[in-house]
Ligand binder design. Structure first.
Ligand code: NAD
Length: 295
């Protein structure tokens, strides 16, 4: 039977370490600050924002929440981002996605100062990821790397298949694993015969948003399966992209949904915010880049 990777426990352990880093920053008079901007009333976005703010409270990060109505003018939000870029008590700025249709998402993300871009979506940080000098690794794939590290799963020279090629999960995931010297293959909705790729994976990361996409016959015996997908079924159940029960007897490790990758995402947002505060606060343990932590 596979080992079930307990993302809740790993996140809890990491948050203890983060709390200690915040305490040491506070001793030096630096209170890490995260600004969260939300536009509109998408219930899922509101829930995510609430969870992020609660997590900040838990480790001692000061959060600043800014709510805009669905019909907000993009200029108002851009002006706020400009002001937050200049504030010394704000070390991270996050704009909850998706945004209403009147917004050009790229323009909003590029308005965030690259040294406060804790989601890692600014072009500067995406470029950093490509050349292997990341300042802010995007939170979900960063969480996956930390889970793999925690489980002692080697990456060098292993075959990794990433299913999903979004800018938020799949692409940065592939780049981070390539940086770790894995041999990486990226599949997406237009990939023909997905199984011929997935069957080769020593480590399979799935982030497609398709329940039951990965079934046992598509996976090699003893593979590691990291399920990033979150899908709500008509009966209300929350499931990932992989057939969890079917895969259990075949694979070596698997993440459950919920309780796998999800809790790590918010934890890495906290880590990115604290890293930013450390860089700004002249603390002894200054990281030149988050890549040092990743390696
Ligand atoms: P997205 O819709 O932007 O991208 C999905 C990707 O999967 C695309 O590249 C698409 O081509 C690919 N895809 C879709 N169907 C496919 C198929 N049948 N075969 C192969 N590839 C297919 O989604 P996203 O934002 O990248 O999120 C992916 C999933 O991960 C969603 O379920 C989302 O809810 C979840 N997610 C979880 C977390 C977390 O913290 N656990 C964070 C972000 C996203």
């Amino acid at each position: 039977m596979a080992k079930i990777i307990d993302g809740v426990a790993v996140a809890r352990e990491m948050r203890r370490g983060l709390k200690a880093r915040v305490a040491s920053l506070r001793e030096r008079g630096v209170v890490p600050g995260l600004a969260v901007i939300i536009v509109g009333d998408n219930p899922a976005s509101r829930l995510y924002v609430r969870n992020k703010i609660r997590a900040c409270d838990e480790v001692g990060i000061k959060s600043f929440r800014f709510d805009f109505p669905q019909a907000a003018a993009p200029d108002e939000v851009l002006a706020l981002i400009e002001a937050l870029n200049r504030r010394s008590d704000v070390h991270g700025i996050l704009v909850q996605l998706p945004l209403p249709p009147q917004f050009a998402i790229g323009e909003v993300l590029r308005a965030i100062s690259p040294d406060k871009d804790v989601d890692g979506f600014h072009l500067y940080n995406v470029g950093g990821l490509v050349v292997g000098d990341t300042v802010f690794p995007p939170c979900t794939p960063y969480g996956v790397v930390k889970l793999l590290e925690h489980e002692g799963i080697p990456l060098e020279g292993r075959n990794v298949v990433v299913v999903g090629a979004s800018n938020i999960v799949g692409k940065p995931m592939a780049l981070m694993l390539m940086q770790k010297d894995a041999t990486v293959c990226i599949c997406h909705a237009k990939t023909r015969d997905l199984a011929q790729f997935t069957i080769l994976a020593d480590i399979l990361v799935v982030a497609a948003g398709q329940p039951n996409l990965i079934v046992p016959q598509m996976v090699k015996t003893g593979a590691v399966v990291i399920d990033v997908g979150i899908n709500r079924l008509p009966d209300g159940r929350l499931v990932g992209d992989a057939d969890f029960k079917g895969l259990l007897p075949k694979v070596s490790h698997i993440t459950p949904v919920p309780g796998g990758v999800g809790p790590m995402t918010v934890t890495m947002l906290l880590a990115n915010t604290i890293g930013s505060a450390e860089r700004s606060g002249g603390q002894a343990r200054v990281l030149t880049s988050a890549q040092e932590e990743l390696s």
